[in-house]
Design a protein around this ligand. Sequence first.
Ligand code: NIG
Ligand code: FE
Length: 416
Amino acid sequence: MMSDILITHIHKLVQVREQTQGVVSGAAMRVLPELENAYLLISKGVITDFGLMDNLSSGIKAATTLNASGRLVLPSFVDSHTHLVFAATREEEFVMKLKGATYQEIAAAGGGILNSARKLQLATEDELFEKALTRVAEIISTGTGAVEIKSGYGLTTKDELKMLRVARRLGEQTPLTVKTTLLGAHAVPKDKSKEHYIEEVINEMIPAAAEQNLADYIDVFCEAGFFSPDETERIVEAGKQHGLVPRLHANQLGRSGGVQVGVKTKAISVDHLENIGTEEIEALKGSSTMPVSLPGAAFFLGLPFTPARQLIDAGLPLAIATDYNPGSAPGGSMPFNISLACMKMRMLPEEAINAATINTAYTLNLLQSHASITKGKVANVFITKPMRSVAAIPYGYSNNPVSQVILNGKLITENK
Ligand code: NIG
Ligand code: FE
């Protein structure tokens, strides 16, 4: 039988798992299985075989053969936290920050999320889709193969659903695997009381998003000045009634109680975690809630970084995602976030790659199909530029390590 793609002479085939691997926690995070001098075979969109070059049967033929000598092959990154549908960048606020304003001060002055919402409400669905396509191409070129996209810049039922439709369309019309999250409770719009808005989220947005199958998850910005733990719980429980699985914005700006309410409501993940300590770590132990760090957002806002060593050394898992959004993380590069995780959070390269593949995939229910080199999984992989080991990915912190991208078994970009 003729296969579609055969990659030969791979210096290192990385994240090889004979079987689907569950969440990677604690000391196991530094184990990243590799095969040296390997081949990888792809057919009909899935990984059909892999092994050592010595064992490659000469009878194997493929429509396309790629020689990856001196290069690594990895499963595509899974970015489990983005807001990549938005109408406009916010570089004016970036300059305000450089002059000394804080994220909260900018938000209080009508900037921040409300600024993004005003612009998004004026944009058409097609405009938003076109703009997001550019960002999709960008993240594909840096190795992302699956992504979660949130609403949260609509802040009316109509506009939240509009954002979610754009996100769904990106999943249908681009090679990325897309999961969507309703984040109606991202901020309270200016013209409504908080109580009135929460009722709108619960009674209108959640039922409509679920009914039209526009959202897989429900998220709340649980933070002082935004939504309290009690309000978060009410919203999340309403989402669960409609089949939406919770994932939360927790402990970004302060010790908000977000982690605890995430664990209590069985959220699949609690994301950000710039401000956590022993209590939050204790709460996470024994739970099914994945802690997710977004190092790009801590970097951009000058916040403390997630205490990765404390979490991992306590035996917990950790995941890494980008938070790609116009306000706190205006970039969607997983390799850059892996660099930050290593340089600022003292994660080892192997830990950071497990965090950016298997552990993020867990939160999106993509473990069975994505995030490792395993027979039968979706053929989402990339070939790196010439490099000796995975440590070169975080080491070359402003370089794009990706050379060629294969998504759903198709060769789709060549960065060279
Ligand atoms: O994840 N923290 C809340 N939401 C986004 C930022 C939103 C914005 O500023 O537009 C975040 O950092
Ligand atoms: Fe976010």
